[in-house]
Design a protein around this ligand. Structure first.
Ligand SMILES: CC(C)(COP(=O)(O)OP(=O)(O)OC[C@H]1O[C@@H](n2cnc3c(N)ncnc32)[C@H](O)[C@@H]1OP(=O)(O)O)[C@@H](O)C(=O)NCCC(=O)NCCS
Length: 334
């Protein structure tokens, strides 16, 4: 028998971010509010991290609520409704259901069903992982519009007595719609992982140990100095590769929007990348804290809302974190 030749999908040549929305946890938590149990101070936290306050959600708000609110704002900004969305990607490490995926619940809440829906676990690189996937799905013809959401309620993973990472963490969600474009709006994604350093940012113990060894609720820990060095020395070359792959130079970038991990890491990356002073830098960490997968879209939302950058600006974004994993791309802002 002659076997038929399959039809494979093909899509539009270009994609862009069509709309963006973000929400932050409703409570403002100061350094003084959290310094006591870790024998720290407002001054120490400001100097080492640049964080002045962090935003955290109350008990009545979960990560799906944050994600849904951000998704609805992104749809409105794009001039679309849930019915226009073919795929919902939720990037999170703080949705505490093994199954089903949070993305399917969000798809239902925003009226996107029967959109395909799945979660990805790429921690602080999760938003840029999602953008890379959305771009590929649209250009492959597998979807027309993809909703990418980075959402975290990191406060659920916080141990108030932990000095290593908990004081950095905040809650929020940022979402974008990625869809077809007449001109290129998302540069190639440069991404990767280094599982040999999985221990550098980790959960204290597994859910199995929680059940079998009576260890209680797991929380987050990090090896701060190793993460700092990795981020500073190894992530700038990744960001440079993203610019090279997109065919742009540092002096053509209008905004630099790195993961909001730590202000000192952001400052060092600017130096290493030799970004000119004209480049506007996302520094949302000062008031919002580190919101993992939500941090880049939230920093972007703020730059646009405050008029620090305009629609159409070229932005270099890079996410990096637990895995260790990383992803970067140059995008045209919506
Ligand atoms: C976490 C971080 C702020 C800690 O700063 P650091 O300078 O590396 O801190 P160290 O562990 O070297 O400790 C330095 C001193 O501060 C103290 N210290 C550590 N954590 C502290 C805290 N939370 N509050 C107050 N003091 C603290 C230490 O006891 C030590 O005191 P000593 O000098 O008297 O011995 C820093 O390592 C960092 O920013 N790392 C990157 C973290 C990051 O961005 N993670 C997110 C990745 S997604």
């Amino acid at each position: 028998m002659t076997r038929p030749t399959l039809t494979q999908a093909t899509g539009p040549a270009h994609t862009r971010i069509l709309g963006l929305g973000g929400v932050r946890g409703e409570n403002v938590v100061t350094n003084d509010d959290i310094a006591g149990p870790i024998d720290s101070s407002d001054e120490w936290i400001r100097q080492r991290t640049g964080i002045v306050t962090r935003r955290r959600a109350g008990a009545g708000t979960d990560v799906i609520d944050l994600a849904t609110d951000a998704a609805n704002l992104a749809l409105k900004d794009a001039g679309l409704t849930g019915a226009d969305i073919d795929v919902v990607i939720l990037s999170t490490v703080t949705y505490f259901h093994q199954t089903p995926a949070g993305a399917a619940i969000i798809a239902d809440r925003i009226g996107a069903s029967p959109a395909a829906a799945f979660d990805i676990s790429a921690a602080c690189a999760g938003y840029c992982y999602g953008i890379g996937q959305a771009d590929a799905l649209v250009r492959a013809g597998t979807a027309r519009n993809v909703l990418v959401i980075g959402a975290e309620k990191m406060s659920d993973f916080v141990d108030p007595t932990d000095r290593s990472i908990s004081f950095l963490l905040g809650d929020g969600a940022g979402a974008v719609v990625v869809g077809p474009s007449d001109t290129p709006g998302i540069g190639p994604t440069i991404w990767g992982s280094d599982g040999a350093q999985a221990h550098a940012i980790r959960q204290t113990h597994s859910w199995l140990a929680t059940r079998d060894e009576g260890l209680g609720w797991p929380t987050l820990r990090q090896e701060g100095q190793s993460v700092y060095k990795w981020a500073v020395w190894q992530m700038a070359p990744v960001a440079q590769k993203a610019m090279d792959a997109a065919g742009v130079t540092a002096d053509q970038i209008e905004a630099f929007i790195p993961h909001q991990a730590n202000m000192r890491i952001i400052d060092q990356m600017i130096k290493t990348l030799k970004l000119p002073e004209s480049v506007v830098v996302g520094r949302d960490i000062a008031d919002t804290g580190n919101t993992s997968a939500a941090s880049i879209p939230l920093a972007t939302e703020r730059l646009l809302r405050e008029g620090q950058v305009s629609s159409g600006a070229l932005a270099l974004q890079i996410g990096f974190g637990a895995g260790l994993v990383y992803a970067a791309q140059v995008v045209v802002l919506p």
